[in-house]
Ligand binder design. Structure first.
Ligand SMILES: NC(=O)c1ccc[n+]([C@@H]2O[C@H](COP(=O)([O-])OP(=O)(O)OC[C@H]3O[C@@H](n4cnc5c(N)ncnc54)[C@H](OP(=O)(O)O)[C@@H]3O)[C@@H](O)[C@H]2O)c1
Length: 252
């Protein structure tokens, strides 16, 4: 039985991953901004078999709130951290406002980086687990979503690099990277909200989506495996691998 924290658990993939851990009998701490959704999830997690389920209302765009959450990790005894919270915005870079750029980087990059560093400082010598959620867009660039992709490239590089350093330095903790393809959640509609893109280009018909529950099952396949990366492929299959970013040495 592990103490598991899932960020971005008020909806979509994060909620589905939290339910997977609950059904395995793990203790949950779920994090997001929308308190009423977290309250409902707390009841569902307890019903699904979690011996305890707490929530934290945190705006991960706010540096002080992220630091407070990081400071709580030891007190909560978190042994498994799933950094899942993120959002996208679909626009050309020149149509992306400074405010949007700042908040996307704050949530998708800074919060993930701060929580990853805090968790690995605490836990690198223990059999703890970190899973960071990136995207296919963390390995390949797609039109009208370049700033979002850039935030996810950060997550793939940080997580693959950390996973290799933990292994090479013979630390007990493991880091894994989940890279979903399109998921039928609120994410895409939020990403199009306020976009300058022409309506025709906003058409999501023709997109193939997994459900959040399907991707949560992929997350558990990755969690149960020795692999470093679990990524949805262009044909929508799920592939476990040792990742794409090999760590070299700075000097010969
Ligand atoms: N959906 C896709 O097509 C897709 C594809 C590839 C990768 N992904 C990745 O999968 C992960 C989950 O996405 P999803 O599809 O489940 O999206 P979602 O349903 O929109 O969920 C995003 C979660 O992040 C939380 N969040 C957003 N901004 C936050 C903030 N400032 N502070 C705290 N929490 C915040 C949201 O909660 P609150 O609003 O309550 O704060 C929500 O719980 C993300 O990392 C995303 O990049 C998604």
């Amino acid at each position: 039985m592990a103490n598991v924290m899932v960020t971005g658990a008020s909806s979509g993939l994060g909620a589905a991953i939290a339910k997977q851990f609950a059904s395995r009998g793990d203790r949950l701490v779920v994090v997001a901004r929308r308190e009423s959704l977290l309250e409902n999830l707390q009841v569902e997690l307890l019903d699904s078999g979690a011996p305890s389920a707490e929530y934290r209302v945190v705006d991960l765009a706010d540096a002080e709130q992220v630091q407070n959450l990081a400071n709580e990790l030891p007190k909560l005894g978190i042994e498994v951290l799933i950094n899942n919270a993120a959002f996208g915005h679909w626009d050309y870079t020149w149509d992306t406002t400074p405010e949007m750029m700042r908040s996307m980087i704050a949530v998708n990059v800074t919060a993930v980086a701060v929580l990853t560093a805090a968790f690995s400082q605490l836990k690198h010598q223990q059999a703890a687990r970190l899973m960071n959620v990136a995207s296919g867009a963390g390995y390949a660039l797609f039109e009208s979503s370049i700033p979002y992709s850039a935030t996810k490239f950060f997550v793939t590089a940080l997580t693959e690099g950390l996973a290799q350093e933990l292994a090479s330095q013979k630390q007990a903790m493991r880091a894994q990277l989940l890279a979903p393809g399109p998921i039928a959640t609120e994410f895409m509609l939020n990403a199009l909200d306020g976009s300058q893109m022409p309506t025709s280009e906003k058409d999501l018909e023709g997109f193939q989506f997994h459900t959040a529950e399907e991707v949560a099952e992929f997350a558990m396949q990755l969690y149960d495996s020795e692999a470093m990366v679990g990524a949805v492929q262009p044909d929508m299959t799920f592939l476990l691998s040792e990742g794409l970013h090999a760590v070299g040495k700075l000097t010969g």
